[in-house]
Design a protein. Structure first.
Length: 209
């Protein structure tokens, strides 16, 4: 199933390139990092949003429950527009069909993780050269205030990696959800975000519930 997920996400990546016009793959003859270019890269972990009893807070039938990632404060109109439309992409492998729900201009997507019996969520990670850190906002509980996701990057050029052939790229080195590190040391690449039903502090579980 993991191969199935990443093959589908590769297709989504190409689709998002067309939507956003991102140019971080443009060749750079001198192998240097350009200045002031907004880029995005893949998410190295999957997020699961649950209540205090471990129940899934995402319902594929209710788009209002879909998590959303923005680079800016998003009002209600922004969040509604981000869900118009939601594209469903089905992928079948070894007789198992997985539906991926793609939205927010192709930058957010979710699917049902049969192993966890929960919906998994991912988003492209955004940044701007030559910064080494950016902060994104995750709206994960309808009209609730957003959570923060701090991302740290390391840049690569053809001088570091000859396979880049004069272009450049980035590697994610750290992810902090509400201040909690969720990437370094997370071998399972899973993050469970607990949202108490009666409000209160968000609890971040790294790797497992």
């Amino acid at each position: 199933m993991k191969k199935n997920v990443w093959r589908t996400l590769a297709l989504l990546f190409l689709s998002a390139l067309c939507v956003t016009g991102c140019d971080w793959f443009t060749a750079v003859d001198d192998g240097k990092i350009p200045q002031g270019v907004i880029f995005y890269t893949g998410c190295p972990v999957a997020f699961y949003f649950i209540d205090e009893d471990g129940n899934d807070l995402v319902d594929a039938r209710q788009e209002s429950s879909y998590p959303l990632v923005f680079r800016f404060i998003a009002d209600e109109d922004d969040r509604v527009q981000a869900l118009m439309p939601v594209q469903t992409i089905s992928q079948t492998e070894h007789g198992v069909t997985t539906d991926f729900y793609v939205y927010n201009a192709g930058s957010n997507w979710l699917w049902e993780d049969a192993e966890e019996n929960l919906h998994a969520f991912q988003s492209y990670m955004w940044g701007k050269t030559q910064n080494t850190e950016s902060t994104m906002l995750i709206y994960a509980n309808k009209n609730a205030a957003p959570d923060s996701l701090q991302v740290q990057y390391k840049y690569r050029t053809s001088k570091d990696d000859p396979s880049l052939e004069g272009s450049w790229g980035v590697d994610i080195t750290s992810l902090r959800y509400q201040g909690v590190e969720v990437f370094i040391g997370n071998e399972k690449r899973k993050v469970f975000i607990e949202k108490p039903s009666l409000g209160g502090k968000t609890v971040v579980h790294v790797g497992s519930i």
